[in-house]
Design a binder for this molecule. Structure first.
Ligand code: FHN
Length: 615
């Protein structure tokens, strides 16, 4: 039975929606008389008040996303058909009629769900906030909402509220309870863009009724589950279904329920002067509404100074937020490096887990969290409560975070030389490993910075943390200029007749000029001749701000007429720095391979910058 038919035939529910609608008008949230879009949401707070409200989020650095719902039972497969990405979208991807998808309510019974165990496992991993899907796009509610009587946890065999125990466990363990709430609702008959597969809904969607339903559910969530740290709104990208005005009203209403709540930037509200000039690409396309930016699986290459942001990332490849039994997991190494990278750039990481329908954390996910716990046990001080690195770039393969008077160097590739250069002019009072704080390391200052002497063996195979106690704020020595700028370039080939894509753009120092290979060449290289042998220990590569075509790249040096590998990687995007043990050579080559099937457009390799740096 659809919600709408219930509402139409069940006057009680219909009346309830009208009561809610009038209640909200009384609460100052009306549908017709709202102020013009260009009034900012009711954020009547000073900068100091906003900073105070955001502080727990800025200090937290590490949150856990949980995507859990009816789709978790399908785990990427339905009647022999499979999806490899976005398992939580399976109803949409496979066009499963609502009349069939709804049979899932009869079988969902998470008998193995233990909220306290979940929260303790996540807390030990260094997670400071947990954000669970209260309702994803399929509209199914994980709590016994009174706003419908046929599409929520109450009618499943287990019948138990899944949010209540999690909220309670979060409170008991000192972890912030946060909620994900999809505005888009494929099940509700009044969602303005009703999907084809919703074979329940009849008549014309009534947006006012939908908003009354949405607001009524938010009222329930903010009234019955204690303090809500943050709301991760989602599913507001369809401008016909959900306007900027709808987003503004949603922000205003949500803040009215708990003014301390933090909102992501996906309410649908589009400020007249977007605070970011990002092109429309994934969540970068969401102009800066709410309180923070929510890049998905991406890390802003140089951070977003002065802006709060959080990269969300799945454990399961490539982008399965809901559990998918058919695909693998990202490595702990990649996820730890991403957490450190995000933190060093001033952001948060929201790492996603998709529990099984029974309520279990998959073994691979559990092992990953246990590895995070082991690393955090020694190194959490270099993550929680830190601020972004003071360095634009580092002369070693690693990252940096800081607290007043302390630099935390997370070293990924332990230097074979046993030496680590920290480009600051500060007086250094002490240097030590977080794994062995009692033993001071030797530090020698020079005009290039402070050179640390490290033990031969790194304390951690993935990321070892060296602490440098400095006097005063970090006084950074500017990184050296590239030794390759303007030097002679040769390329595998040029796109004939396209002066805007010529090889000289490769090292002209500008990322808005590019070289591209011939049409659809899909792989190509650019080679720089330094004129004489030079020692190089770092490269900067860039596809520019508009391109993310690279699937893999390699940097080689020519030694005795042979091309030797220096560094490799996968994506490049706006900017990527690669640091390596110093290599002495005259010529260096960057080869880029594009991730496009033959014959598809955009199959040309693009290089905006390829620059080489000495020690
Ligand atoms: O469509 C959703 C998706 O299922 C998932 O919830 C992600 C999480 O960031 N958000 C949307 C895609 O951007």
């Amino acid at each position: 039975m659809s919600i709408r038919r219930k509402t139409r035939t069940n006057s009680g529910l219909f009346l309830k929606s009208l009561i809610i609608a009038f209640t909200m008008v009384g609460a100052g949230v009306s549908f017709a008389a709202a102020a013009a879009v260009d009034d900012p949401p009711s954020l009547h707070e000073t900068k100091a008040e906003q900073d105070a409200r955001m502080q727990w989020f800025r200090d937290a650095k590490f949150g856990m996303f949980i995507h859990w719902g009816l789709y978790s039972q399908l785990a990427g497969e339905w009647q022999g058909q499979t999806v490899t990405g976005g398992a939580e979208w399976i109803q949409q991807y496979l066009g499963i009629p609502s009349s069939q998808y709804s049979s899932l309510v009869k079988t969902w019974n998470p008998t193995k769900f233990n909220a306290r165990e979940w929260v303790r496992l996540m807390k030990a991993a260094g997670v400071k906030y947990i954000c669970i899907t209260t309702k994803h796009h399929d509209g199914f509610c994980l709590w016994p909402t009174k706003m419908n009587n046929d599409w929520n946890i109450k009618i499943t065999p287990g019948g138990k509220d899944l949010l209540k125990p999690l909220a309670a466990a979060c409170r008991e363990e000192g972890v912030r309870f946060c909620i994900y709430h999809s505005v888009m609702d494929w099940h509700h008959p009044d969602w303005p863009k009703r999907p084809q597969f919703n074979d329940y809904a009849k008549g014309t969607p009534d947006k006012a009724l939908f908003k009354a339903y949405l607001y009524g559910q938010l009222k329930e969530l903010f009234s019955n589950y204690g303090s809500i740290g943050m709301v991760w709104f989602d599913g507001t990208w369809d401008r016909e279904a959900w306007t900027s005005q709808d987003g503004k009203e949603l922000e205003d209403y949500t803040r009215s329920l708990q003014p301390s709540v933090i909102l992501d930037n996906r309410s649908g509200y589009v400020p007249p002067q977007p605070k970011l000039g990002f092109g429309v690409a994934n969540s970068y396309g969401y102009v800066f509404a709410g309180d923070y930016i929510s890049p998905e699986g991406e890390v802003p290459p140089t951070g977003l100074p002065g802006i709060d942001w959080e990269t969300c990332q799945t454990m399961q490849l490539p982008n399965n937020w809901g559990y998918n039994r058919l695909v693998g997991f990202r490595s702990f190494e990649d996820l730890l490096h991403q957490l450190i990278d995000v933190t060093s750039k001033g952001g948060n990481m929201l790492l996603n887990i998709g529990p099984t329908a029974e309520g279990e954390i998959l073994p691979q996910a559990r092992r990953c969290l246990e590895k995070f716990a082991a690393w955090m046990k020694i190194n959490k001080e270099s993550i929680h409560g830190t601020t972004a690195s003071p360095f634009e770039v580092l002369p070693f393969d690693g990252r940096c975070t800081q607290k007043p008077g302390k630099l935390y160097l997370q070293v990924f590739a332990w230097p074979k030389s046993g030496k680590l250069l920290v480009p600051v002019t500060n007086k250094v009072s002490r240097v030590y490993l977080l794994s062995n704080p009692r033993e001071a390391l030797v530090a020698v200052s020079s005009k290039r910075g402070v050179e640390l002497s490290l033990p031969a063996v790194p304390p951690d195979p993935i990321a070892s943390v060296v602490v440098v106690d400095i006097e005063g704020p970090a006084a950074v020595i500017a990184p050296p200029a590239p030794i390759s700028q303007g030097m002679p370039v040769t390329v595998s080939a040029e796109w004939q007749g396209r002066d805007t894509l010529k090889k000289e753009h490769v090292n002209d120092g500008k990322t808005d000029t590019i070289w591209a290979g011939p049409e659809n060449s899909r792989e190509g290289w650019a080679q720089i001749d330094l004129g004489e042998e030079r020692s190089v220990s770092r490269v900067l590569v860039s596809e520019g701000s508009e391109f993310k075509r690279c699937r893999k790249f390699s940097v080689q040096s020519e030694i005795d007429g042979q091309w030797k590998p220096v560094a490799t990687g996968t994506s490049i995007g706006a900017q990527k720095q690669v640091v390596f043990e110093p290599v002495k050579a005259r010529r260096f080559r960057l080869t880029v391979t594009v991730d496009k099937p033959a014959g598809m457009p955009d199959g040309e390799p693009v290089i905006a910058e390829f620059q080489l740096f000495g020690e």
